[in-house]
Design a protein around this ligand. Sequence first.
Ligand code: HEC
Length: 151
Amino acid sequence: MKLKAALFCSVAALATAGVSAAEPTPAERAVGYRKGVFHAIAWNFGPMAGMVKKEIPFDADDFALRAQRVAFLSTLPLEGFIPDSRVGNTDAKPAVWEEMDEFKSMMQTFETEAATLAEVAKDANEVTAVRAQFAKVGQACKDCHDKFKED
Ligand code: HEC
């Protein structure tokens, strides 16, 4: 018991030391958060694009599930663009903060188009039913990246 407690304390001390040494700032955490969300979006969007391009067979259930995830995930990144968080390893252009109203409006378009895609995908039995709406979501990504993200 005593040994266990001693071990626990030294592990805890090590963990605390490690954390305090590399503690990210709020701005760095915001960058990590929004990039993580974009990775999750891209993770789900990739197979959907593959199906639309007929690189992989259309799987209606899988497409609908991923469309639902993207619709939900699209509501998350905006929160990560906190003031003064153009720090470290970020590709966000200064325009995000200089033209925040337009950035928000593009994010809103993305959310709306992604929600519509999730609806359309619910009863889509073939890829032709989702193609046009998928393209609108893809366009929303591209429009925003063209203006607000470094290549
Ligand atoms: C309203 C703007 C906006 C929309 C819409 C948007 N993005 Fe982004 N995206 C950004 C910005 C800004 C960054 C850069 C974030 C950073 O590096 O801090 C980014 C970064 C990324 C990254 C790179 C993350 C990294 O680690 O460098 C991926 C991947 C990505 N977006 C995918 C997508 C996909 C896929 C969509 C659409 C389904 C999408 N984004 C829609 C603005 C947007």
